[in-house]
Design a protein around this ligand. Structure first.
Ligand code: FE2
Ligand code: FE2
Length: 238
């Protein structure tokens, strides 16, 4: 048949291939089938393998802190937010305390060679600690200070914040490779852990006794507002 372009349509003829090529074709088909079966087996095995249990948020956080990859600690900040519906200010502050304990543990386990990790841990701890102190000093402590049962522990709380801030400042004055960095961080850890214990064992329990449910709910709202304001990016001064 004549087709436009001057070509002749070839009759579709099924030609018989030489024996050698037929054998090669069979071998290729067999190889393709074997590969497909292997892929299917791999897929099935993968589907049958049970997934490891999802680690808790805290253990994930600790794993992140142990890692030296940059950005791991900033990811941590996003992974442990306050519960969106939590209306108890004491529980919100206690959630922060758990975070400090993880960070302090991570910093304590570092060596002079872990410059990046030490810097990240200290930076994260400092910014979280500053915010936590601000919430307590602008919301909880002023609410408790007028009560005779809590006045003394509140005054002590201000002083313990001050001491922690001083040690943090001194850590920034040291190179992370300095042999004093580790011991100083340990002292910071002990100070903060002692402060946390006093707040949770004494101050927070008394707070529940001296403050009404409405006052506690109002404190949680104030703390959320303060926290959101503090996290807003600051506008550059002109
Ligand atoms: Fe505190
Ligand atoms: Fe606290």
């Amino acid at each position: 048949m004549w087709l436009p372009g001057g070509t002749v349509a070839r009759k579709s003829v099924k030609r018989k291939l030489p024996a050698k090529r037929r054998a090669a074709g069979k071998a290729n088909t067999a190889a393709r089938k074997t590969a497909a079966r292997a892929a299917a087996t791999r897929k099935n095995r993968k589907a049958r393998t049970p997934k490891p249990p999802t680690p808790s948020k805290i253990s994930s956080a600790a794993a992140l802190i142990r890692g030296t990859a940059s950005g791991a600690l900033s990811a941590l900040a996003e992974r442990l937010p306050w519960g969106a519906r939590e209306a108890d200010p004491i529980r919100l502050l206690e959630a922060d305390h758990r975070r400090f304990e993880s960070l302090l543990k991570a910093g304590e386990g570092t060596t002079a060679r872990a410059a990046k990790t030490r810097t990240k841990v200290l930076d994260t701890l400092t910014s979280e600690l500053n915010l936590h102190e601000l919430l307590e000093e602008q919301a909880l402590y002023p609410a408790l200070a007028p009560h005779a049962e809590t006045r003394e522990i509140v005054l002590e709380g201000y002083q313990e914040h001050h001491v922690a801030d001083l040690i943090v400042g001194e850590l920034y004055d040291l190179a992370t490779s300095d042999e004093q960095w580790g011991p100083k961080f340990k002292v910071l850890k002990e100070n903060i852990e002692h402060h946390i214990e006093e707040e949770e064992r004494d101050m927070f329990k008394k707070a529940r006794a001296v403050l009404t449910r409405e006052e506690l709910a109002a404190l949680a709202t104030t703390m959320r507002t303060l926290r959101a304001d503090a996290r807003k990016p600051k506008r550059a001064r002109t």
